[in-house]
Design a protein. Structure first.
Length: 285
């Protein structure tokens, strides 16, 4: 098309200069040929890699050109370039309520790109704004579907197992990211956009309850640690009494066993070093 356009311009110039036809006809032919060449050159455009050009003719969609390099289309076509490259969107930190109603702060990074150029341009008014709004909406909906963290009851083994199996925002990062990407994909489909990846970038309790939740977590950790210590101490005392009985080292009645159990539990469960007291009398004095 470049050669054809240059040939038209050259022929028009020669027609004006040589005037092989009558003067008026030569001028008219030259002008027409030069204008045709210029209009033909106007149909040239350049496409970078991962860039598409939407072509419309008098408001009617005629197709999308995705081939890179120097391209040519009907000069009457109106064109709009759309990038097909992957793009990042950092959703601003949002304050939402989790599944249990606790206010949390959450943010995410979304990687997306245009899949269908016609949908992206003609189905929505502004597909970039559409992506931002839908990403924030999906993030709010996701936060309301999961709890921030487990609420374990160390004294209830069934509750502990159920809490461990529960999907939470803090403890199930991969599952939450997959759920977020799936929801984004469903929301972006109307705009011809696909979600390539989505990850949480910020997750924390809201400032008004952060200190309270921290104290609760510390209390749960202390109770859990104490529970493990007591269970371990009981097992050790049981093993000690069984060993003494089986080996016949000493015969203990119920009162002596109770005293021994009390002493061992104090030693094993105390959070500070115990001070031994030597009894120079008998166990009963």
């Amino acid at each position: 098309m470049i050669i054809a356009a240059l040939a038209l311009i050259l022929a028009g110039a020669l027609s004006l200069v040589l005037q092989v036809l009558p003067l008026v006809a030569s001028i008219l032919a030259g002008v027409v040929l030069v204008l045709s060449g210029v209009i033909t050159l106007a149909g040239l455009y350049m496409l970078q890699p991962n860039t598409a050009r939407i072509l419309t003719l008098f408001g009617q969609y005629r197709g999308t050109d995705r081939a890179e390099g120097l391209r040519w289309a009907n000069p009457l076509f109106a064109g709009r370039s759309v990038s097909l490259r992957a793009r990042n969107f950092n959703a601003p930190t949002l304050k939402v309520n989790d599944k249990r109603g606790n206010p949390v702060e959450i943010g995410a990074a979304v990687v997306w790109r245009v899949r269908d150029t016609a949908q992206a341009v003609f189905e929505v008014d502004d597909f970039e704004l559409y992506v931002k709004v839908q990403a924030e909406t999906a993030l709010r909906h996701l936060a309301s579907q999961y709890a921030y963290d487990h609420t374990n009851d160390p004294t209830d083994s069934l509750a502990t197992q159920a809490a461990a199996a529960e999907t939470t925002l803090r403890g199930s990062i991969d599952e939450v990211a997959h759920a977020l990407r799936t929801e984004l994909q469903a929301r972006f489909a109307a705009a011809g956009v696909e979600a390539l990846d989505a990850k949480l970038t910020h997750l924390a309790y809201a400032p008004e309850i952060a200190q309270v939740m921290l104290r609760r977590q510390q209390a749960e950790a202390i109770v859990g640690a104490r529970t493990q210590i007591v269970l371990g101490a009981v097992s050790m005392v049981e093993a000690a009494l069984r060993g003494l009985s089986e080996r016949g080292i000493v015969v203990l009645d119920d009162e002596r066993k109770a005293a021994m159990v009390s002493n061992l539990l104090v030693v094993l469960c105390a959070d500070k070093d115990t001070q031994p007291i030597i009894n120079t009398g008998t166990l009963y004095n």
